[in-house]
Ligand binder design. Structure first.
Ligand SMILES: Nc1ncnc2c1ncn2[C@@H]1O[C@H](COP(=O)(O)OP(=O)(O)OP(=O)(O)O)[C@@H](O)[C@H]1O
Ligand SMILES: [Mg+2]
Length: 399
């Protein structure tokens, strides 16, 4: 597939207007792959809130429109058991993956695994980061090993495990592998061993997966968008937005759970509300914090993303402990992309990245990893930026 792609510079003799972006010479056929609310069948033994993470048709249409605005053809393929055959028939050049997956312990990695098997390029994180990122316990183990701050925790697979004597109540109990606040409300906060065992048993029974108990973090809550990669400036449509290390410093968003329908917790009920609804949390972007602290949170999120091996885009959730120290909660390697609603879209918008820009940056960064875009000529990147590039990329820069 790569061999067929001709690049703009190779077609210089053709009468084309110069482009400021690295661009493919031909438009791509892009498959937007997703699970859709009300369309993807939910396993009959799933929990009451199963499918909460699935996307709406409107989101898929918005992503398609954004991709089409750059001259590509975008079509939707449902992430279900027919996907292997649909891919064979549709022959996309690249897939824009937002599929949550249907079942199993690595469901967010199912579509990437299939695309790897078929050799089809796709956007955002690959198999390992999507699988580990879905599992909050595994993610915390990776972060802890890398020396990144995350609350102390214990996983309960059966619920009968002896309690770690070093854990301090209150604890917060959640399903290890869900999202969108599923299985989380104010009863997730447990104050003693009896409450812990009761809640852990409820999670295990209802979600058919381990319960993660971690120390309750009473402080403010932030979410930090991550967009970029060490060599992103070579391929980005908006290279000026990226810092020397290849990541955009997106403004931090604070979630104020004070008025929330799930008080103190950004739980499932609160996540389904829209701006203006009663009980919706406050969303403050940029967060009312010092520049120094915002920068600390941005660096923490980038390290959390990088250590996990996430690619190009993610959203990292952080809460403060009783002393005001940031603690990593979880990473979303497939962050929601509903225009004007999902946290990452709100964050991008606050920095001047329109929805179309955000989608196209993700598409370009993904495509470049599969050799579908030629790097921007190195002369156009400032020497200061080159200095900071990782040694592995130095030969590329000097070519
Ligand atoms: N240890 C904790 N202490 C206090 N509150 C917590 C803790 N863990 C989670 N929460 C609350 O529960 C919410 C949801 O938790 P978390 O981000 O881990 O789950 P999620 O459902 O995967 O989220 P998302 O919708 O971002 O995918 C958090 O935003 C926070 O308000
Ligand atoms: Mg979260």
């Amino acid at each position: 597939m790569e061999a067929e792609i001709k690049f703009e510079q190779e077609l210089a003799e053709e009468d084309k207007p110069p482009s400021i972006f690295p661009r493919p010479a031909k438009s791509w056929r892009v498959a937007v792959i997703a699970n859709v609310k009300g369309e993807t069948a939910i396993p009959i033994d799933g929990p009451a809130d199963a499918g909460a993470e699935f996307d709406r048709r409107e989101t898929i249409d918005a992503i398609r429109a954004a991709i089409a605005s750059d001259g590509h053809t975008a079509f939707f393929l449902p992430a279900d058991e027919h996907l292997p055959y649909a891919l064979r028939d549709a022959q996309p050049d690249i897939c824009f993956n937002i599929a949550e997956g249907i079942r199993g312990d690595g469901r967010e990695a199912q579509v990437p695994a299939l695309l790897e098997l078929l050799g089809i390029p796709y956007t955002a994180s690959r198999v390992l980061a999507n699988a580990v990122g879905l599992d909050k316990t595994m993610t915390k183990r990776v972060w802890r090993d890398a020396g990144l701050p995350t609350a102390s925790f214990q996983e309960f697979a059966t619920g009968a495990e002896p309690l770690d004597p070093f854990l301090r109540f209150p604890l917060f109990v959640k399903p290890a592998r869900e999202g969108t606040g599923m299985g989380m409300d104010d009863s997730s906060i447990v104050r003693n061993e009896t409450e812990l065992r009761r809640r852990a048993a409820w999670v295990i029974e209802n979600y058919s997966q381990p319960a993660l108990a971690e120390e309750y973090l009473p402080g403010r809550e932030f979410t930090v968008g991550v967009l970029g990669r060490a060599d992103a400036q070579l391929y980005a449509r908006r290279p000026g937005l990226y810092s020397a290390d290849g990541f955009i410093r997106l403004p931090v968003l604070e979630v104020d759970n004070g008025q929330s329908i799930t008080p103190g917790v950004y739980g499932h009920a609160a996540k389904t509300l829209h701006t203006g609804d009663t009980g919706v949390p406050g969303f403050l972007c940029p967060a009312p914090i010092s520049m120094k602290f915002a920068s600390e949170l941005q660096e923490l999120a980038i390290r959390a993303h990088t250590v996990l091996g996430a690619q190009d885009v993610s959203r990292v959730d952080v809460r403060l402990d009783a002393e005001g120290n940031p603690r990593l909660l979880e990473i979303n390697t497939l962050p929601g992309l509903t225009p004007g609603f999902s946290d990452l879209c709100v964050i991008a918008n606050a920095t001047g990245l329109r929805y179309e820009d955000l989608i196209l940056e993700i598409l370009h960064l993904g495509a470049s990893r599969f050799g579908m875009l030629k790097p921007k000529p190195v002369m156009e990147i400032s020497p200061m930026r080159l200095q900071h590039r990782s040694p592995a990329l130095a030969p590329l820069a000097l070519r």
